[in-house]
Design a protein around this ligand. Structure first.
Ligand SMILES: [Zn+2]
Length: 260
């Protein structure tokens, strides 16, 4: 393999580690070490991945070009995991990068320009649909999602990858835990909470990815629910008019997951 060639494995792993750094689940140095040792990426490229993801999340100009596959992959994942607003922010970072690059006079990047244009068109289209659809009760149901919901893996070191609907639930509750009201404020001032599928996605529970099956929880209460350490009481949960929980999933938790 050529020293600077970026493979798809590097792009995928690079994205995961860059999000972990951004959300402070690991340090920048640890992530770069991991990327270099797992994928043979050179340190400079590994550092670019971490930095460019941060710039995309913040809508800032970045200078080192990511290849077409990596750029496409990063944009797709940002859109899936963080929603339309984050996707538009990432596109503005890409636009600034391409303008910067054009100004250098070292040639243009037509494939990335084309990607930017297609992505912006698609973002406008989605925004139009949202504007026409009205408030969140018109949210797509699981059957409307392009892909089946991914299973949320519970491990000692938890990496939570939320669905679009889980992100919506968290936003509706302003990232405050529905059990204790706690939120985590990150260094950049943004808030952090986790979306919990009360009847879990995937085998053996096969719960649905719908608003009525998702709670916004702090990491402690998320773990306590996942591990069946606590029961849920609908009367005591914090509610929001735009987000109604389905009682049958609460009962499922109390009968099938609590104490097991
Ligand atoms: Zn809590």
């Amino acid at each position: 393999m050529a020293e600077n060639e970026i493979t798809q494995v590097m792009s995928r792993r690079g994205y995961e580690l860059a999000t972990d750094v951004y959300h402070r689940r690991t340090t920048r140095k640890q992530a770069i070490d991991t990327l270099v040792s797992e994928t043979d990426m050179n340190r400079g490229s590994a550092a670019d991945f971490i930095a460019n993801f941060r710039h995309m999340r913040r809508g800032e100009e970045y200078h080192r070009t990511l290849n077409l596959f990596t750029t496409t992959y990063f944009l797709d994942r940002v859109r899936q995991e963080f929603g339309l607003h984050a996707f538009k922010t990432a596109l503005s970072a890409l636009q600034k990068h391409l303008d910067y690059y054009d100004a250098l006079g070292k040639g243009r990047q037509p494939k990335l320009r084309e990607l930017l244009q297609k992505s912006m068109d698609s973002a406008h289209l989605e925004q139009d649909l949202i504007d026409k659809a009205g408030p969140p009760h018109d949210a797509p149901q699981a059957s409307d999602l392009a892909e089946a919901p991914r299973r949320v893996a519970t491990t000692i070191s938890r990496i939570v990858r939320d669905t679009v609907l889980a992100n919506r639930v968290k936003a509706l509750h302003n990232y405050e835990c529905q059990i204790c009201g706690h939120t985590i404020t990150l260094a950049d001032g943004s808030r952090y909470a986790e979306g919990h599928h009360v009847r879990p996605l995937g085998a053996p529970h096969d719960g649905p990815d719908v608003l009525g099956n998702i709670l916004c929880l702090c990491p402690n209460h998320h773990a306590a629910c996942d591990l069946g350490a606590i029961s849920l009481d609908s009367q005591k949960l914090r509610w929001n008019e735009a987000h109604q929980m389905d009682q049958k999933f609460i009962e499922y938790h109390n009968l099938t997951i609590f104490g097991h």
